[in-house]
Design a protein around this ligand. Structure first.
Ligand SMILES: [Zn+2]
Length: 159
């Protein structure tokens, strides 16, 4: 690291402040060469892509939000915490394996839908509705039609 004023590499940390919720540490630094003071922000490299929201704004990937979305969808449904944990683990694994710098929030939403589809259709529909995962009712209908054509799901319907 160089001093932005004199390009000396003799930099001292004066003070560190963690921002837990942002996964960041802000450090106040001073140049030993010229006395210039400046701040740096360190973020923990999560290996996860930035998330591009529908509004176009870019945010850090937040596993807590993904989990909250799932928990909200499965509320009062017969799902265990360990099922939610497994869904989370698979989603996190898929996202990190994609190895991309950014990802549309819709893609994440769709991954959650695919997970919920395997375990609880009511929760899946609830999630899709709450998070407006489909651009219109036709797109949602197409998705449901596809599901109905799924032999695994038809088996479940017979129960
Ligand atoms: Zn300096």
């Amino acid at each position: 690291m160089y001093c932005p004023a004199c390009f000396s590499q003799d930099i001292r940390v004066i003070d560190s402040r963690p921002f837990v919720e942002l996964n960041q540490i802000k450090r106040r630094r001073g140049c030993q060469g010229c006395g210039h003071r400046f701040s740096t922000t360190e973020s923990i490299e999560t290996g996860f892509p930035k998330i591009i929201k529908r509004s176009g704004s870019i945010v850090e990937f937040d596993p807590g939000k993904v989990r909250k979305g799932i928990v909200r969808a499965v509320e009062k449904r017969p799902l265990s915490v360990s099922q939610i944990d497994q869904m989370m683990a698979r989603i996190m694994h898929r996202i990190s394996k994609m190895n991309v710098k950014s990802l549309n929030s819709n893609r994440v939403g769709y991954m959650i839908i695919e997970e919920l589809k395997e375990v609880d259709l009511i929760a899946m529909v609830r999630f899709a509705t709450v998070y407006h995962c489909f651009k219109d009712i036709e797109a949602f209908k197409d998705f449901i039609d596809q599901l109905v054509g799924d032999p695994v799901l038809n088996e479940n319907n017979d129960e």
